[in-house]
Design a protein around this ligand. Sequence first.
Ligand SMILES: Cc1cc2nc3c(=O)[nH]c(=O)nc-3n(C[C@H](O)[C@H](O)[C@H](O)COP(=O)(O)O)c2cc1C
Length: 144
Amino acid sequence: MKVVIIYTTITGNTKELAEEIFRIFCRQSVDISIYRIDEFSVSHLHDYDVVIFGTYTWGTGNIPKEMRTIYREFEVLERKGMITAVFGTGDSCYPNYCGAVDLFRDMLYVHTILAATLKVELTPQRQDLHRCQKFVESIVKRMK
Ligand SMILES: Cc1cc2nc3c(=O)[nH]c(=O)nc-3n(C[C@H](O)[C@H](O)[C@H](O)COP(=O)(O)O)c2cc1C
């Protein structure tokens, strides 16, 4: 099975989280690729069995602008058998903590097989590594 992580970041928190998740997948000998959203062509979505999104939250709990096209693509993709997951970083000072993760979660739950979600407060800390590990394990379990 081919797995891809597609993420977006401005200040680097979500990039750090994406790279940690990527490293954990590599240790499990999974065929995995990682792309920043601006390097990924939506036309390549069909090459993957498992798609994992990483996003920060913007505005008042919104999905960042650069993630909206791929979000809408999934609403019409007709790949109900595709396994997906979503992770993100946010700041709990905002009323809608990691709101973009919630929006992706709700949409992916309807249109795909949603395997896992993960929210991390700003920069990933040591205690988040265990949560990343669990996140990856939940996805890998669905792939079997
Ligand atoms: C203008 C602005 C709006 C934000 N809105 C939210 C929000 O609604 N919910 C949230 O959890 N975090 C919010 N954040 C925090 C970011 O999502 C958080 O800093 C995130 O870790 C940034 O990710 P990045 O380092 O990958 O760019 C906001 C940040 C800014 C600057």
